[in-house]
Design a protein around this ligand. Structure first.
Ligand SMILES: C[S@@+](CC[C@H](N)C(=O)[O-])C[C@H]1O[C@@H](n2cnc3c(N)ncnc32)[C@H](O)[C@@H]1O
Length: 210
C-alpha cells in the first residue's frame, strides 16, 4: 500500500513532509488512480500537484512522456525541484488559472477543484476546453460530497487541518456531471476509489470534449 520507491524520493525533506507522504498514500490509492492515465502519450500536465505523488509515479512509469506539474504553493514546488530524480518531469509554481495554454494529451487534477471557487472551477474548465487538443483526455479526482455525511465530515476535517482554511467548494457526483457538461466535457468513466477502511469518499472522472 505504501510505495517505498515513491516515499524514498522524499528522504531528505523535513520530518513533517516525510510523514505526510505515506499518510497521503494511505488516504488515497495513487497507484490505482494513475493506472487510469493512458500509457503512450507525449505530454501530461498535472494541475495542483501538491507534493507531487502522482507526478512522480507517472514520471517513473512513463519515462518517454514529458510531465509538467503545477502548484500555487511555491515552497512545495521549490522543494520538489530539489528532490526530483526524473528528467521527464518539471515542476512550476503557478496559479492554474493563469496557465495560458493546455497543450498536453492528458490533464490530471487530484483534489484541486474543491480548493477553487465555483467560479474559478468554471474558468479553469472553460479555458481547458478553449485551448486543449481536440482529443485531450482529462482525469479529475475529487471528493464526492454525496449523502455520506460522516465521510464528508472526515474529509472536511482533513482539509481544514491540511489546507489551514475553512472554505472549500465541494460537489456531489451529480453536480460534478452538471459542471463538466456545462463546460463542454462528457464523462466517459467514473468510479469511486475508496479504501474500505478509510472513511473518505474519493471519486474519479475521466472526461473528453463534447
Ligand atoms: C489537497 S491538495 C492535493 C495535492 C495533490 N494533488 C495530491 O493529491 O496530493 C490541493 C493542492 O492544490 C493546490 N492549489 C490550490 N489552489 C491552486 C491554484 N489556484 N493553482 C494551483 N494550485 C492550487 C494547493 O496548493 C495544494 O497543493
Amino acid at each position: 500500500m505504501i510505495n517505498k520507491k515513491l516515499s524514498a524520493i522524499y528522504k531528505d525533506l523535513p520530518f513533517s513532509t516525510r510523514m505526510y507522504v505515506p499518510i497521503r498514500q494511505m488516504l488515497l490509492d495513487f497507484e490505482r488512480m494513475v493506472e487510469q492515465v493512458p500509457e503512450n502519450v507525449n505530454k501530461i500536465q498535472e494541475l495542483g500537484c501538491g507534493y507531487g505523488l502522482a507526478s512522480f509515479l507517472m514520471a517513473q512509469s512513463r519515462p518517454n512522456t514529458t510531465i509538467e506539474s503545477y502548484d500555487i504553493a511555491k515552497n512545495r514546488i521549490d522543494l520538489l525541484g530539489k528532490i526530483n530524480p526524473y528528467k521527464n518531469l518539471k515542476f512550476y509554481a503557478k496559479n492554474v488559472i493563469d496557465i495560458n495554454t493546455f497543450d498536453a494529451d492528458v490533464i490530471i487534477m487530484t483534489d484541486l477543484l474543491h480548493h477553487l471557487t465555483y467560479i474559478e472551477q468554471r474558468m479553469l474548465l472553460n479555458h481547458i476546453r478553449k485551448t486543449a487538443k481536440d482529443d485531450v483526455f482529462i482525469i479529475v479526482k475529487d471528493m464526492d460530497r454525496g449523502k455520506h455525511s460522516f465521510r464528508q465530515a472526515v474529509n472536511y476535517t482533513i482539509d481544514i487541518v491540511h489546507a489551514k482554511g475553512l472554505t472549500f467548494f465541494y460537489h456531489t457526483q451529480d453536480s460534478f456531471q452538471k459542471l463538466f457538461e456545462e463546460c463542454g466535457f462528457r464523462i466517459t468513466k467514473q468510479s469511486h476509489l475508496n479504501r474500505s477502511y478509510i472513511p473518505l469518499n474519493h471519486i474519479v472522472f475521466c472526461l473528453e470534449r463534447m
